[in-house]
Design a protein around this ligand. Structure first.
Ligand code: BDP
Length: 691
C-alpha cells in the first residue's frame, strides 16, 4: 500500500450486502471523453467496492445528462439550479421500479456526480433517501504549482515536479491521468503549471507544444491549464528593449503571444502573475502600476475568455511601511481600475503563509475588484511535509473570518465567492504539495490537505471534521477505531503545530532560507526578512504593535474588528502578539503571565505530538505495514523537531524575559548557541538555489 491510489482506493467494503441489494446494472449515456470517464470511474468504483457481480434485479443506475440518456430525459427532472458543474445523485423511479440517477446539465457535472456517489459508498453512507445535490460555490478552483522547468519545486518536499518537460509532448506520462482524475474527484477545475517565480521559456513555441499535450490530457477531466507570465518576457524571448505595459510594441507582443497560446490550447485558462515582488519584474519597473500591468494581459485574454490572477503578494522594505500594510495600501488605491477579467489573488494573511495569520485586510476592501483567495497546501512554514499537519482548520478559520465590510456575516468566503459585492467571477487557489513521490505528497497524511483544499474550494461550508472523516475512511478504510483515532490526530494536529512553532500571534520567526525550523534570532540581511522585525522582543516584552501607537495596520480592518482587536485584553489571544507588544508579566485569561503562557503553549504543542505518537501506535497491526511504518517514522521526527522548535525559541526569548520556566515546562536542554549553530534542515529546493 504505497499511497499512490490516494483516496480513490475502492477497496472491497466489509459489508456490501445491503448495497448489492440496492445497486444493479448501469445504464449510461456516453457521448464523449468526459462521459466515457464517468462510466469507467463508476465501473471501477463499483467493481472495487462491491465486487464484479451485481444482480440485474437490483435497481439500475441511470447515468448521464438528459441529452445523453433517454431514460433520464423521461424523468423530466428540474436541473435548472445545477449550472454547468453541479450534479444530482438521487433515488428515483417508483416503488416497483427503483432507480438511482446520477445526472447533471453537462458531462462534467455527471463525472462529479459519479465521484460524489462513490464517495458516499466508500464512506459507507446510507442509500435510503439518497439525495446529493451540489454546485460549486467558487467558479475557478485551481492548484498552483510552484514548479520550475528544471523540475525543482519551490517549497514542496514531495520530490521533483510531476511535469516532465523533457519528454513532453512526445511522451505523456500515464500518471498525468491519475493526477487529473484525483483533482477532478474533489472538484478542482484548473491548474497553473509553472512557478510564480516565473521563467519566460514556458511561452516559447517549443514549450507551448508541451503545455498543449498536458492540456489535452487534462481536458476530459474538466481541468484547464494556466501559466505564469513573466512580465519581462517581451525582452527575454521577444527581443524587445522594454516591457513597458503602455508601449504599443509590448501590447502587440503580448496580444500575438496570447493568440498563439490559444492556437495550442483553445481553452487556455489564463495567467497567474507575480509582479514587482521579491525580485520579479513588473510594471512598476516602468513607473506604471499594477492595473496597467494586469490590464495589458487581460485585454489580450478577454476575447478568448481567459482571466488574469494578479497577485497581491507585494512588499518592499524601502517604503518603511509595515509589511502587513503594503498590499492593502497598494491595491485599495487601484480598486476600480482593473479589467473585468482580472482577479487579485491574495494570500489568506497579510504577511505570508504563517502557521496562523489573521485574515488579510484586503478581503472586503476592494468593492470593484474580485479577489481570489490563495492558500498554501504545501507546508512551507507548517512542517515541510515532514510534520503531520491537517490544514483544513486553518483554511476554515480564514474562510469564516468576518470582515464586517457589508455588515455581520461578510465573511472572507463570501467576499471571494463574489456574493458580498456581486462579482460574477470567483477563484480560489491552493499552492500544491504534489511532487513525483510515489504517494504524490511525501507524507502520507499530507494527501489529506490536497483533498481538503478541493473539497473546501467546492463547498467552503463543509466542516474540517467532515472532510477529515471522508478522507480517513477513503484512505484507511471504515474500521471505527481506526477512523476515530486518525481523525482525532488530524484535528489536533494544526493547533499542535501552531503551539510548538509560533503560538499566540508570533510569526516569521523561522530559520531563513528553508523556513522549516526556528530562527527567532535571525537578524541579518533584508530587515523585513529577519525575525527580529516581527517579534520585537526586548527586556520589557514581546510582540509587534500594530495599533495606533505602532504601525496602525489594525486601522485597515473594519471598526468592529478594531474595537475587539485593539486592546490586548479583548483580542483573541491567538492573535495577541500579532497586534500588540505586551509585557512579559501581562496577565493572560488563564491567570498565567505572558511569559508563562508562552512557555506552557510551546510545551503543549510538543506534548500534543507525543500524544499523536501514542495514538498512532495504538493502530499498529490495524493499518498496512507500509503506511504504518512511514507515518510512525515521520511522527518521531516531528516530535524531535517540535522539541527543537520549543527549546530554541524558549532559550532565545529567555535571554530577554529572564524569568523562570514555569512548572510543567521542560527547560531547554542546551544553551542558545547550540540551537543557533544548528541548521536543522536543508532543502535542495531553497529558492536561493533556483532563482
Ligand atoms: C514565500 C515563499 C517564496 C514564494 C513567495 C510567493 O517563501 O518561495 O515565492 O512566498 O508567494 O512564502 O511568491
Amino acid at each position: 500500500e504505497d499511497g499512490y491510489r490516494l483516496w480513490l482506493r475502492y477497496e472491497p467494503l466489509e459489508d456490501a450486502a445491503d448495497y448489492l441489494r440496492q445497486i444493479g446494472d448501469t445504464e449510461a449515456g456516453e457521448t464523449n471523453e468526459t462521459s466515457a470517464l464517468a462510466v469507467e470511474e463508476l465501473k471501477l468504483g463499483l467493481d472495487g467496492l462491491l465486487g464484479t457481480s451485481r444482480s440485474s434485479k437490483a435497481p439500475k443506475i441511470l447515468l448521464g445528462t438528459p441529452e445523453s440518456n433517454k431514460a433520464i430525459a423521461k424523468l423530466d427532472l428540474d436541473l435548472s439550479d445545477l449550472g454547468e458543474e453541479g450534479f444530482w445523485v438521487a433515488a428515483a423511479g417508483t416503488k416497483k421500479k427503483k432507480q438511482i440517477v446520477i445526472t447533471a446539465n453537462t458531462d462534467q457535472g455527471v463525472l462529479y456526480g459519479v465521484f460524489a456517489f462513490l464517495r458516499h459508498l466508500q464512506t459507507e453512507q446510507d442509500l435510503d433517501g439518497l439525495n446529493l445535490k451540489s454546485t460549486p460555490r467558487i467558479e475557478h478552483r485551481l492548484l498552483n504549482h510552484w514548479d520550475n522547468l528544471t523540475r525543482t519545486v519551490e517549497r514542496t518536499m514531495a520530490g521533483a515536479s510531476i511535469f516532465n518537460w523533457f519528454d513532453l509532448p512526445y511522451y505523456v506520462e500515464p500518471y498525468y491521468h491519475d493526477y487529473a482524475r484525483a483533482c477532478a474527484s474533489i472538484g478542482i477545475n484548473g491548474t497553473v503549471l509553472t512557478n510564480v517565480n516565473s521563467n519566460a521559456t514556458i511561452l516559447r513555441p517549443q514549450y507551448l507544444e508541451k503545455v498543449a499535450a498536458l492540456a489535452d490530457t487534462f481536458r476530459p477531466y474538466g481541468i484547464k491549464v494556466y501559466l505564469t507570465a513573466r512580465f519581462s518576457a517581451p525582452i527575454e524571448i521577444g527581443g524587445l528593449e522594454t516591457a513597458d505595459p503602455l508601449e504599443p510594441e509590448v501590447i502587440k507582443w503580448w496580444t500575438d503571444k496570447i493568440n498563439e497560446i490559444y492556437e495550442y490550447v483553445p481553452d487556455f485558462g489564463g495567467f497567474l502573475v507575480k509582479a514587482n515582488s521579491e525580485g520579479q519584474p513588473g510594471p512598476q519597473s516602468y513607473h506604471r502600476d499594477h492595473a496597467d500591468g494586469a490590464n495589458l494581459l487581460a485585454r489580450a485574454l478577454a476575447p478568448h475568455q481567459g482571466i488574469v490572477m494578479w497577485r497581491a503578494f507585494v512588499y518592499e522594505f524601502e517604503t518603511q511601511e509595515d509589511r502587513h500594510k503594503q498590499a492593502y495600501t497598494e491595491f485599495t488605491g487601484l480598486d476600480g481600475k482593473f479589467e473585468p477579467n482580472v482577479l487579485i489573488q491574495t494570500k489568506n494573511g497579510a504577511i505570508d503563509f504563517m502557521p496562523r495569520e489573521p485574515f488579510h485586510p484586503l478581503f472586503g476592501s476592494t468593492p470593484e475588484t474580485p479577489l481570489a483567495l490563495e492558500l498554501q497546501i504545501a507546508q512551507e512554514y507548517t512542517g515541510g511535509d515532514i510534520h503531520m499537519v491537517y490544514l483544513a482548520p486553518m483554511w476554515k478559520e480564514a474562510l469564516s473570518a468576518d470582515t464586517y465590510v457589508e455588515g455581520v456575516g461578510s465573511t472572507v468566503a463570501k467576499v471571494i465567492d463574489g456574493s458580498v459585492y456581486g462579482h460574477e467571477t470567483s477563484a480560489i487557489a491552493g499552492v500544491a504539495n504534489i511532487g513525483n513521490a510515489r504517494n504524490w505528497t511525501g507524507h502520507p497524511m499530507a494527501a489529506a490537505n490536497w483533498y481538503a483544499f478541493g473539497r473546501l474550494a467546492w463547498d467552503y461550508d463543509l466542516s474540517s471534521e467532515q472532510i477529515a472523516d471522508e478522507w480517513t475512511r477513503m484512505t484507511f478504510g471504515n474500521e471505527s477505531s481506526t477512523v476515530e483515532t486518525i481523525e482525532s490526530m488530524l484535528l489536533a494536529s494544526y493547533e499542535n503545530m501552531v503551539s510548538y512553532s509560533m503560538p499566540l500571534g508570533l510569526h516569521h520567526i523561522m530559520y531563513p532560507g528553508h523556513h522549516y525550523g526556528p530562527g527567532p534570532w535571525h537578524d541579518e540581511g533584508r530587515p523585513d526578512w529577519t525575525s527580529i522585525y516581527y517579534h520585537q522582543a526586548n527586556e520589557d516584552g514581546i510582540g509587534f504593535d500594530r495599533t495606533e501607537t505602532g504601525s496602525d495596520a489594525l486601522s485597515q480592518y473594519a471598526p468592529e474588528i478594531i474595537e475587539q482587536w485593539g486592546s490586548p485584553k479583548t483580542i483573541p489571544e491567538k492573535f495577541l502578539l500579532w497586534f500588540h507588544h505586551v509585557d512579559w508579566d501581562f496577565e493572560m485569561k488563564s491567570g498565567n503571565t505572558l511569559w508563562q503562557e508562552i512557555c506552557l503553549t510551546y510545551q503543549e504543542g510538543v506534548d500534543g505530538v507525543s500524544e499523536m505518537i501514542g495514538q498512532w501506535e495504538s493502530l499498529e497491526g490495524r493499518i498496512d505495514e507500509q503506511r504504518y511504518a512511514r507515518v510512525s517514522a515521520l511522527l518521531h521526527r516531528q516530535l524531535q523537531d517540535a522539541k527543537f522548535y520549543k527549546d530554541a525559541c524558549l532559550a532565545y526569548f529567555h535571554t530577554f524575559a529572564q524569568r523562570p520556566y514555569p512548572e510543567g515546562v521542560e527547560a531547554p536542554e542546551y544553551d542558545l548557541e547550540h540551537y543557533k549553530s544548528f541548521e536543522l534542515y536543508h532543502v535542495p529546493g531553497d529558492p536561493g538555489e533556483q532563482w
